[in-house]
Design a protein around this ligand. Structure first.
Ligand code: ADP
Length: 736
């Protein structure tokens, strides 16, 4: 008991009950000898007592529920009946009729015990105050005098005050607010009710006294008011319900969190104490209880719902319901060709007026709407999942993917495509394809959209120019959809063929180059061999020697060519990869430069060498090959009468040979490329100068293999300076 008393609600209820008991005791003891305020009806007090007790009970049971704002006010005729009791019965009997009528009504309506006890305490206290006030200020009893009227007025005010204060005590705890605030908020409504109550009670008592025959008619205004209130209440309910249903239809249409929204709004619209949706697939139930109307709880499906199994139509349950429920309406959540589960709505209060057949039908259709919305939400989820999967495919594909709409505007532009073209998706989408891609000429532009109704799937190749100037060769595989001859959509998969294209070009260039390079020395060899064979004996020894020297020279050239090809095939593409064995020693680089110049046999080579030997740590044969290539290029790529200057000096731990020509020079963007395998600045197809594009590639590799390098500085149209750097060599040989 002590533990119970610590609970604030129990404490307040106990306080109210004790107050009721105390005030009742004052009435019972203090007014023991008093008779009724108004003259009796001429019926024995016992009969009157019984009749009024039943009347009081009925008055308590006839309730009008008035909705104002979020709250619902329950109005009964109980208070009016109390005034009749107090006026027509002696104090003790009046107290008894009031209490017994209330207990009877609570029992008949199976109200929760705490509520019934609290009501009993409150009304006993308030009724006692009413009785005391009326009897003490009511003047001489007997007939309805001004004194009695004043007593009833003061009593009703006192009654209402006590009633309101007791109620505020409990509501204050429940709403966690001060009881005084509740008293102030409710005072006006209570005052109106007190006036109505008093008028009804007085009139009823008066008519009962003087014209009892008219008494049944007295019920008529009360009934009319009751029904008018009910109609107004129903209308207000309908308004509130319509607002809820409107909100619900929005919630269902938005398809977000549909079950939650459904529960919250439908519970409110139908004034249910409990709303629950049991989902078959989840084996769980979501519920909202009127005690905490904002919280949606998840739990197992309750046994009484599970026991129902799959239902096809509404079911009304009244027996063996848990949680104090008295009625439970269960409807199937069935729609869009699927069964999702059941929805249940219950009440703990009186059942009259709750869930008419129309309400149940409405509920059933709302449950179907819920099912359709859930189905829609499922579809939407699936669609979103599919779309994001598709998006992932588009985004992660190594091939570029684009989608063009019927108006020729870009709709989709994948990441790979952005990389291939150098145009971001943001810059491409919404624009015509021809404006997005930079195509070199009109013919390429014509090939951009080759699809037609007759040829919706086709492949085209074209070259585009990126913003950085690089050209890319692309293959566009189109899959177009046409409706009524109009293009609806074209999905294009783009492959970057640039690498294959370059390789292919490189291959054909290589074949063209090699066959040209081989044929050049072979032609004189074959010619002179033929000459020697047919007319050799008739030739002077000098001419024969000249022919043989030429054949030897061209054969040497051929052999160098083959040597270069073999050497190039041994190097990888990585310039720092020096997979070449060189035999290192210390050599006079000046002597090697002189020999290279002499081997080339050109008077255009001008040497600027220091008088003393300049030692370099190198492979003399390889160094000679590099020097021959650099000086040879200087001669080849400058005018026939232009000089090529070769200088040599030592710089710290290095020795440098500079080969300077005054020829055509090399474009800045090609300065590094000339060291690439087979790279030639001139178009290989025109072959303005002969060459393989291997000389500098091999020269740099060899120099690096000897811990040196070959670099170039060049001005287009003015000439170039190629520098061979090698480590300075001391007189003592050391291995590399
Ligand atoms: P090849 O001379 O056989 O073509 P190289 O590897 O020696 O091959 O040279 C590569 C390219 O570099 C040449 O095709 C030429 O275009 C350019 N080049 C080399 N040396 C010079 C130079 N001294 N002046 C101008 N261009 C040069």
């Amino acid at each position: 008991m002590r533990a119970h008393l610590r609970d604030p609600i129990t404490r307040r209820v106990t306080g109210v009950v004790l107050l009721g008991v105390a005030l009742a005791a004052v009435v019972v003891v203090g007014l023991a000898d008093r008779g009724s305020v108004l003259r009796g009806l001429g019926v024995p007090t016992m009969v009157l007592l019984l009749g009024l007790t039943v009347l009081t009970c009925l008055a308590e049971m006839i309730v009008v529920r008035l909705r104002h704002g979020e709250a619902v006010e329950e109005l009964s005729l109980y208070e009016a009946a109390l005034i009749v009791d107090v006026l027509l019965l002696p104090p003790r009997a009046a107290l008894f009729a009031a209490a017994a009528g209330l207990v009877l009504a609570s029992a008949l309506q199976r109200r929760p015990v705490v509520k019934a006890v609290f009501n009993l305490g409150t009304y006993t206290a308030a009724t006692s105050v009413l009785i005391l006030t009326v009897h003490l200020t009511g003047g001489a009893p007997g007939s309805l005098s001004l004194g009695v009227l004043a007593g009833v007025l003061a009593g009703t005010v006192a009654f209402t005050g006590v009633n309101l204060c007791c109620l505020a005590q409990i509501l204050g705890v429940i709403d966690k607010t001060s009881p005084w605030r509740i008293v102030r908020a409710e005072a006006r409504l209570s005052a109106y009710m007190a006036v109505g109550t008093m008028a009804t009670g007085l009139t009823t008592a008066e008519i009962a006294l003087h014209s009892p025959l008219l008494l049944p008619f007295m019920a008529m205004p009360a009934l009319a008011v009751t029904y008018a209130y009910r109609a107004a209440a129903r209308e207000a309910d309908e308004h509130a319900r319509s607002a809820c249903l409107l909100q619900l239809s929005h919630a269902l249409a938005e398809r977000e969190d549909v079950v939650r929204q459904f529960l919250l709004l439908v519970r409110e619209a139908f004034g249910a104490d409990l709303a629950m949706v049991a989902l078959d697939s989840a084996g769980a139930a979501l519920s909202v209880d009127g005690a905490d109307p904002a919280a949606v709880r998840t739990g197992p499906v309750p046994p009484h719902l599970a026991a129902l199994g799959p239902i096809d139509g509404p079911v009304h349950l009244t027996d063996d319901l848990p949680d104090g429920l008295r009625h439970l309406v269960v409807v199937p959540v069935l729609g869009g060709g699927r069964r999702f589960g059941t929805a249940a709505f219950g009440t703990r209060g009186r059942s009259r007026g709750w869930m008419t057949t129309g309400d149940v039908t409405l509920l059933a259709s709302l449950a179907s709407a819920l099912a359709v919305a859930m189905r829609g939400a499922e579809h939407l989820d699936r669609l979103v999942a599919e779309t994001s999967k598709l998006q992932a495919v588009v985004e992660q594909s190594a091939e570029g993917i684009m989608v063009i709409d019927g108006a020729g505007l870009v709709q989709v532009w994948s990441r790979a495509l952005a990389e291939i073209t150098g145009v971001d998706a943001g810059d491409a989408t919404g624009r015509p394809l021809a404006a997005v891609l930079d195509l070199p000429d009109e013919e390429e532009r014509r090939r951009l959209m080759p699809v037609s109704v007759a040829q919706p799937r086709t492949v085209a190749e074209l070259t585009i120019r990126r913003r950085d100037g690089e050209q890319r060769r692309l293959r566009l595989a189109h899959s177009a959809i046409f409706t009524a001859g109009q293009l609806v959509r074209d999905v294009i998969v783009i492959s970057d063929l640039t690498r294959e294209y370059r390789t292919e070009r490189l291959k054909s260039d290589f074949i063209a180059m090699v066959s040209h390079e081989l044929r050049t020395p072979l032609t004189p060899i074959i010619g002179y061999v033929d000459l020697l064979r047919t007319r050799g004996e008739r030739m002077t020894p000098q001419k024969r020697m000249d022919a043989l020297n030429l054949i030897g020279d061209r054969a040497g050239h051929l052999s160098r060519l083959v040597e270069d090809l073999l050497l190039a095939s041994r190097f990888g593409d990585n310039p720092d990869d020096v997979a070449l064995q060189v035999s290192a020693g210390t050599h006079d680089l000046g002597a090697l430069v002189t020999q290279a110049a002499r081997d080339l046999g050109s008077a255009r080579v001008v040497l600027d060498l220091p008088p003393e030997p300049v030692l370099a740590h190198c492979d003399d044969g390889r160094a000679l090959q590099v020097l021959a290539n650099l000086i040879g290029n200087g001669l080849k790529y400058s005018a026939a009468d232009a000089e090529v200057e070769v200088g040599l000096r030592r710089v710290g731990a290095q020795v440098r040979v500079e080969v300077r020509d005054h020829g055509r020079g090399i474009p800045a963007d090609q300065l590094e490329k000339v060291f690439g395998k087979f790279h030639r600045v001139e178009d290989p197809m025109t072959m303005s100068t002969s060459g393989t594009g291997l000389g500098l590639f091999i020269a740099r590799r060899l120099a690096r293999a000897m811990d040196g390098d070959v670099t170039v500085v060049s001005t287009l149209g003015a000439g170039s300076v190629f520098t061979l750097t090698l480590p300075f060599g001391s007189s003592v040989d050391k291995p590399l």
